[in-house]
Design a protein around this ligand. Structure first.
Ligand code: HSE
Length: 414
């Protein structure tokens, strides 16, 4: 039996507008938007003013509305709306990754206590149905890692700068196309990718982390010399949200990666996102699709609305499994680091240096660092440095000892 859904929609920005159009074009659903609440009465919108109201209570106190679709920008205001909706017996569909990441436990408890669904497929990877796949499909196939390009804005900027465009122009275009957050710092410094990684970790591995648990470093400080180094080596630069399991430990962080052609994400460009999932039996699988923009994001919201017609709810099966995983910072990774200043590079503790290049204009170094030490630096604020993870597996202490003492290749140009 399909449930008839009366929707109260909060927000009519890029995604809200997209949902309105997509819902009007889809006659497969028994769902109608009964009310739309927006904040600003004076903003020009694509549909007539009579369609809007401005008081949250118009939706929250309407007993006929059984589903709140929350698509506003402000995560604090969104949390108040969503928690109130759940307390008032309404299911919720949201795309607000920041709100979920910051209030995960409380939101899940509220949904559970009230026996309601809280669905958020659109919060990660736009149109890619990754949450439902992690939730439903991999239950019996032990997951070992995820590498995701889950931010369309930064992938757009990296693709465009790789073809010679300057950073500011590429960012302005990403904003114009409706990919970027209102505060694009969230995109370019890797916060948005971190919130999404936190959600992926919850569904893939059952851990409920806090945003501060996960290190995030973005692409703001990338220099043309770094792009040139990557191109000379045949690398492309991708901002990865990455998590890997070692025994009963789980590592996870957001950082730029230099990847080779053999990486499935190599040709994922512009606003496309990809999530590569690795599992014991199925091995590597790639999910690919548009990760930002009105219609791709609205399509995931629509899919959640459709699932609610059949009472779908996440079960959080991995959270309920007995395996206890510890989130760890104890591993080594191989990085590239570049700077105009040799001293800035020398501040970073390296355990094994592979390559050093020094010149008057630019310097770089590659080698192995301990992640727990690396994460002590606030790299987003260190404009003189850029680092990227190189394509080598993470190593634990004993594996690292086996590779220590490899040769050092030094080039000095004065
Ligand atoms: N700012 C986000 C992005 C929007 O660029 O991916 C989609 O979550």
């Amino acid at each position: 039996m399909r449930n008839k859904l009366n929707i109260g929609l909060f927000g009519f920005g890029c995604v809200g507008n997209g949902l309105y159009e997509v819902l009007n074009q889809s006659n497969l659903l028994d769902a109608t938007i009964k009310k739309i609440v927006v904040k600003n009465p004076n903003k020009a919108r694509s549909i007539a003013k009579e369609n809007f109201s401005y008081a949250k209570s118009d939706i929250l106190l309407d007993n006929e509305i059984n589903l709140v679709v929350e698509l506003i920008d402000d995560s604090r205001a969104a949390f108040l709306i969503v928690s109130e909706a759940l307390k008032r017996g309404k299911h919720v569909v949201t795309a607000n990754k920041k709100m979920i990441a910051e209030n995960y436990e409380e939101l899940l408890n509220l949904a559970k206590a009230n026996n309601l669904s809280l669905l958020y497929e659109a919060s990660v990877g736009g149109s890619i149905p990754i949450i439902r796949n992690l939730e439903e499909y991999y239950n019996n196939d032990s997951l070992s890692g995820i590498q995701g390009i889950v931010n369309g804005t930064t992938n757009y900027i990296l693709t465009q700068t790789n073809s010679g465009k300057d950073y500011e122009t590429a960012l302005a275009e990403a904003q114009e196309l409706g990919f970027a957050e209102s505060d694009p710092t969230l995109d370019v410094d890797g916060f948005d990718s971190k919130y999404k990684l936190l959600i992926l970790i919850k569904h893939a591995f059952g851990l409920t982390l806090k945003p501060d648990d996960i290190f995030n470093y973005g692409i703001r400080n990338i220099k043309t010399q770094d792009v040139k180094y990557a191109a000379e080596k045949g690398f492309r630069i991708k901002l990865f949200s990455r998590t890997e399991k070692f025994g009963n430990h789980l590592a996870g962080f957001v950082a730029p990666h230099f990847i080779k052609e053999d990486n499935v994400a190599y040709n994922v460009n512009n606003e496309f996102n990809s999530v590569s999932v690795e599992a014991l039996f199925s091995d590597k699988q790639l999910f690919l699709g548009k990760g930002a923009g009105a219609y791709p994001t609205a399509s995931a919201v629509l899919s959640d609305v459709s699932a609610l017609q059949y009472d779908y709810a996440y079960e959080y099966k991995k959270t309920n499994e007995n395996e206890v995983l510890n989130f760890t910072d104890d591993f080594y990774l191989k990085i590239y680091i570049g700077s105009e200043f040799i001293e800035a590079i020398q501040e970073i503790p390296f355990y094994n240096i592979d390559e050093i290049f020094q010149s008057k204009a630019y310097n770089f170094q590659t080698g192995w660092v301990k992640f727990s030490e690396l994460k002590q630096f606030n790299f987003n604020n260190l404009s003189n440095l850029f680092f990227a993870v190189l394509p080598e597996p993470f190593l634990n202490e004993s594996d690292f000892e086996n590779i220590a003492g490899e040769k050092l290749f030094l080039q000095v140009f004065n």
